[in-house]
Design a protein around this ligand. Structure first.
Ligand SMILES: N[C@@H](CCC[C@H](N)C(=O)O)C(=O)O
Length: 290
């Protein structure tokens, strides 16, 4: 076991993560990286701070991988082992997977030039193809948005009706005329637990240009309000296109932490955006032992 484990801090449109390199699964076996330690790492005062944790690990060292990747197991050398800040697992993270690839490249575990075509990465939501974009940033083939009903969320004195959408993980994407910038998202939204038995990420969306440009804020399952959510941006773009009566197109999604682009066609959804590494160092023995 490494005495002082290496750690990186990074973000994708200010959705920020503690990144733990563990290529051979020897530093952070699941028993060590338990929910309590994830919460401590993500604590913004007593830890490093983040909306979640990403472990950079080879798929061969993830016990869940065969069940979630099936026939694609052998094609996914790497697995994005993602946790929310409350310690829970999530199926997918659109900002996290871009940062995951960026961190693999920056740690010398992959060559950026070899990532232009993209590679399959394992996630608990299944395999996803992710690649380095020619002009900078990263793209992810997120698979199709799957609509599974209509619901609503109660937040800040409003009821927001929207579409229930799976991007691997669950979303309620609600277009609204209420100015989303003025909302207080500090409390947990109330939602229909029968529609969302595993909880839900809630996106509040203002249309800026119908079907092409939206503004979004998000309350994430297992975290609270974050400054961006990649899967949420895909769900929001799908809801905006549907509202415009279209099944394909490119939607620019402005979030408090920056801008994402989502390209949708009837077959799939491609999310493009930045990934930034802020710092690299090691966890202290004093903090680990406390
Ligand atoms: N911020 C992420 C989504 C992370 C998981 C989410 N909180 C959930 O529990 O489903 C993204 O960029 O997609």
């Amino acid at each position: 076991m490494t005495a002082s484990p290496r750690v990186l801090i990074g973000h994708g449109t200010e959705n920020d993560f503690v990144v733990l390199p563990d290529p051979d699964g020897t530093v952070w076996p699941e028993a060590r990286l338990d929910a309590a330690l994830v919460r401590r790492l993500c604590d913004r005062r007593a830890g490093l701070g983040g909306d979640g944790v990403l472990r950079l690990v080879r798929t061969a060292h993830v016990p869940d991988a065969p069940a979630v990747l099936g026939a694609d197991l052998a094609a996914c050398e790497w697995f994005m082992d993602h946790r929310n800040a409350d310690g829970s697992f999530a199926e997918m993270c659109g900002n996290g997977i871009r940062l995951f690839l960026h961190a693999l490249i920056s740690e010398g575990l992959l060559d950026r030039a070899a990532c232009i075509e993209g590679l399959l990465v394992g996630t608990r939501g299944g395999p996803r193809r992710v690649g380095a974009a020619e002009g900078g940033g990263y793209w992810v083939d997120m698979g199709p948005a799957r609509e599974f009903g209509r619901g609503s969320a109660d937040l800040d004195g409003h009821t927001f009706p929207g579409l229930a959408i799976s991007m691997g993980n669950p979303h309620l994407a609600a277009l609204t005329d209420v100015d989303v910038d003025g909302l207080d998202l500090t409390r947990e939204p109330a939602f229909d637990a029968a529609l969302f038995p595993e909880g839900v990420n809630v996106e509040l969306i203002n249309e800026l240009e119908p079907g092409t440009h939206i503004r979004m804020r998000v309350h994430e399952r297992g975290v609270g309000e974050t400054r961006s959510c990649g899967t949420g941006a895909c769900a929001a773009a799908y809801a905006a296109l549907t509202h415009a009566g279209r099944t394909e197109g490119t939607v620019v999604v402005d979030v408090p932490g920056g801008r994402l682009s989502v390209q949708i066609d009837p077959r799939t959804t491609v999310l493009t955006g930045p990934a930034v590494l802020v710092a690299a160092g090691s966890l202290s023995q004093e903090w680990l032992g406390a």
